[in-house]
Design a protein around this ligand. Structure first.
Ligand SMILES: Nc1nc2c(ncn2[C@@H]2O[C@H](COP(=O)(O)OP(=O)(O)OP(=O)(O)O)[C@@H](O)[C@H]2O)c(=O)[nH]1
Ligand SMILES: [Mg+2]
Length: 389
């Protein structure tokens, strides 16, 4: 650490300390470093990693022009009135050069510019690239770690956008407007699937009842709020619906049987030489490295979409990974699945007679996990991880 001096004139420890203290300038500089994928960004993100997880992270997505920014503007006022600090990240993957929508956002959001309790960052890009995904995740983590009570990510529901938002946000609000022709059918299934809360905005237009029926049919039981954002109507109701969904398991996860692939563990003799392939040639980003004393391994995490590749290097010859490499050579070591209903899943496996290798234990990153023996799983060591809410 401390290598990030020079370009910014800030040393990493100082910079991190200021970020964690919520100093706006340090946060703004870090956001820029992350957006530009500057050399110091990875170190900063690693340093703040364990300080995130306190913010309510809200995703607001929907069709272009649905009124997302107007809603966000009012939500910001609402949270400020409650004394909460807010960070807003507006990601516009559709306006590469003109940045028209973003400009609009800026003008509306200018009201908040004198308020240090509101931090706003816009990113325009051409489509959802790996770079945009990385920057979005990094800046959301940054705002969270800097102590913002609420972090709002606004993005148009196009391309990979909604998938990313669903992955990053604790609660996703999908904004629809009445009179969209084919109605809900016209909306990408992916967008309907990730909603924790539906918003029918522009409820001053005709066709509200019809849209409401369609949504209820498509996604029964999901909270639905009607708003006229341009007049600030329905905002308190929306905030209440968001509140009621925060801390609940995500809907998308429920639909997938409650599991997502957290990571693929690959046993290697040397992380440094494996990185020459995974980072150097394949181009994955190295999110962070650590040593897990408990498992006697060094690990490197490289995000891939919603999951990660985990490179595992034995720390000593006693490590079970060292024995695995001695026996079978390098290669896929385990598959890790993540679930919010961890205790329930472990119970089900026990009841079914699966060979669970350890009592649930908590790792360095604070997550709880068990391993299941390959003889129960069709030959792959399986790790089950508890999804933290
Ligand atoms: N009639 C009516 N107009 C609205 C309402 N909410 C927003 N608008 C208007 O709709 C237009 C688009 O609003 P935005 O908030 O920029 O929509 P957006 O979804 O952020 O748009 P993009 O970021 O470009 O995708 C603006 O002219 C708003 O004033 C509403 O409830 N009723
Ligand atoms: Mg907008």
């Amino acid at each position: 650490m401390g290598r990030a001096e020079g370009r910014t004139g800030l040393n990493l420890e100082d910079w991190t300390r200021r970020i964690l203290a919520g100093e706006i300038r340090a946060v703004a500089r870090a956001a820029t470093a992350i957006e530009n994928n500057a050399p110091e960004a990875a170190a900063l993100l690693a340093a703040i990693e364990r300080h995130r997880g306190r913010a309510l992270v809200l995703g607001v997505t929907g069709a272009p022009g649905a009124g997302k920014s107007t809603l966000v503007d009012h939500l910001v006022r609402h949270y400020r009135a409650q004394g909460k600090t807010v960070g807003v990240l507006a990601v516009d993957p559709s306006s590469p050069f003109t940045g028209g929508a973003i400009l609009g956002d800026r003008i509306r959001m200018q009201d908040h510019h004198a308020d240090p309790g509101v931090f706003i960052r816009s990113m325009a890009s051409r489509g959802w690239t790996g770079g945009v995904a990385r920057a979005t995740e990094g800046i959301a983590a940054l705002l969270d770690a800097s102590g913002r009570g609420v972090v709002i990510i606004e993005t148009v529901g196009v391309g990979q956008g909604e998938v990313e938002v669903a992955r990053l946000a604790g609660v996703v609000a999908v904004v629809l407007v009445p009179g969209m022709g084919d109605g809900v059918q016209a909306i990408k299934a992916g967008l309907m699937e990730i909603a924790d809360v539906f918003v029918i905005n522009k409820a001053d237009h005709a066709g509200v009842g019809e849209l409401e029926r369609e949504i209820h049919q498509e996604a029964p039981g999901v909270p639905l709020v009607k708003t006229v954002a341009s007049q600030g109507q329905g905002i308190a109701e929306l905030a209440a619906a968001i509140e009621s969904r925060s801390g609940q398991p995500r809907r998308r996860m429920e639909r997938a049987g409650g599991f997502e692939i957290d990571h693929l563990g690959i046993a290697v003799r040397s992380i440094d030489s494996a990185l020459r392939f995974y980072a150097g040639q394949l181009g994955l980003a190295l999110a962070h490295r650590e040593t897990v004393e408990q498992e006697r391994v060094h690990v490197a995490m490289l995000p891939v979409g919603g999951s990660r590749v985990e490179l595992i290097e034995p720390a000593d010859s006693e490590s079970s990974v060292a024995r695995s490499i001695a026996k079978r050579g390098e290669g896929l070591h385990h598959v890790a699945l993540r679930t919010a209903r961890f205790a329930e899943a472990v119970e089900r496996l026990r009841a079914g007679g699966a060979r669970i290798l350890n009592e649930p234990r908590t790792g360095a990153g604070g997550h709880t996990y068990v391993f299941v023996h390959p003889e129960s799983t069709g030959g792959v060591l399986l790790e089950l991880i508890e999804e933290k809410e």
